[in-house]
Design a protein around this ligand. Structure first.
Ligand SMILES: Cc1cc2nc3c(=O)[nH]c(=O)nc-3n(C[C@H](O)[C@H](O)[C@H](O)COP(=O)(O)OP(=O)(O)OC[C@H]3O[C@@H](n4cnc5c(N)ncnc54)[C@H](O)[C@@H]3O)c2cc1C
Length: 331
């Protein structure tokens, strides 16, 4: 049954699929509904329900505080209209999707382990894989409540190939279901593309890409786009992992290129061991390089503490222009 969603500011759209959320239906309709992670973690898609019935999918989603919940705030990514509704949200052009998301029937074509507990999943769809390098898809791992975001690690293509690097989160339901419940040939719906931390080719600035853990997925996609688009820019890739066995970038992008430099740093390698490279957290390794912020674009993805440390470095200490910082926090 279709419900009409009216925004207080005047726009309206149809909520036509029971599989959607308020946020995804708004983005599918091409509206600039504020959003970021799409899975309940960031709180960027807050709104108020003025009238109508709205189901909440995940009542404890960390993107809202208890205080906000009591004040009637809701998350559009965790809300499903159950009637015609009027909602209050501040739309903005910067959130208008470049490519409206579609739900596509996919099959798992291949899966390989690229590091302990880290897998590359390759899916195939009949339709072309349309996304911007660095964006993510919303997947429903089999047998698990709720959706999970996974970033494409390849480039958009006409062949319908979608690659994802997924890390087994200890005790995590969705990521473990990807490894344990999906077999080659199985069907899964890919709902994509989402996300704003995508590759920008509208300037010739140098590029600094920083990945922590499975953040290497979208960073690999961005690096490939930067290499594809060429130009005079230099591309600096920083990868943070615990041990040498956990590093993935060279397995995903084996080719050397004159404009590409790669600097890994390991947080769990002991002094005096076999590892001769940098040690410690990756953001500290980036800081040691002191890039000129006016002429650099920054892309980074990974676990929340790494993303927060990078934001502190770029915003508070280096005072990098906001428009040159593109990031995904893996809630
Ligand atoms: C933009 C973005 C891109 C990401 N890209 C990648 C990637 O490329 N590779 C990768 O390995 N990880 C990625 N992640 C992280 C990934 O989405 C999962 O959080 C991670 O795999 C852990 O999920 P889990 O189910 O194993 O852990 P769990 O601890 O079971 O769940 C973790 C997350 O799942 C969601 N969740 C949990 N319960 C519910 C529920 N009842 N209803 C709805 N949602 C729920 C929440 O977002 C929660 O934070 C990304 C995250 C974001 C936000």
């Amino acid at each position: 049954m279709t419900h009409r969603i009216q925004l207080e500011s005047g726009e309206s759209f149809a909520f036509a699929s029971d599989e959607d959320t308020l946020l995804r239906a708004a983005l599918r309709a091409g509206l600039g509904f504020p959003n970021d992670c799409g899975v309940g973690g960031c709180g960027n898609c807050r709104f108020e329900l003025i009238s109508g019935a709205m189901e909440t999918l995940w009542a404890e989603a960390p993107g809202l505080s208890e205080r906000e919940r009591k004040r009637g705030r809701r998350l559009a990514c965790q809300s499903k209209p159950a009637s015609d509704c009027v909602v209050k949200a501040r739309l903005a052009d910067e959130y208008r999707p470049e490519i409206p998301a579609r739900r596509l029937a996919a099959r798992l074509d291949a899966m390989r382990e690229i590091a302990p507990g880290m897998g590359e999943f390759v899916f195939r769809t009949e339709a072309p894989a349309r996304f911007l390098a660095g964006q993510f898809a919303v997947l429903h791992p089999p047998g698990v409540e709720g959706a999970r975001a996974y970033s494409m690690s390849n480039l958009p293509n006409e062949d319908g190939v979608w690659r994802f690097v997924v890390r087994r989160t200890p005790g995590g339901k969705g990521s473990n279901a990807m490894f344990d419940s999906l077999r080659v040939g199985d069907a899964l719906t890919i709902d994509a593309p989402y996300g704003r931390a995508f590759w920008r080719n509208d300037n010739a600035r140098d590029v600094v890409c920083v990945a922590g853990g499975s953040g290497i997925g979208p960073i690999t996609s961005i690096v490939q786009a930067a290499l594809r688009d060429g130009g005079p820019r230099r591309i600096h890739v920083f990868e943070g992992a615990r041990t040498a066995a956990d590093l993935c970038f060279r397995k995903l992008v084996p080719e050397e290129a004159a404009q590409l430099s790669y600097a890994p740093s390991l947080s769990a390698e002991v002094e005096g061991g076999a590892w001769a490279g940098a040690r410690g957290f990756i953001h500290a390794h980036v800081e040691a390089h002191a890039f000129p912020v006016e002429t650099t674009e920054f892309y980074f993805a990974g676990p929340p503490p790494m993303v927060e440390a990078m934001n502190d470095l770029l915003v508070l200490r280096w005072r990098a222009p906001f428009g040159q910082i593109h990031t995904d926090k893996f809630f």
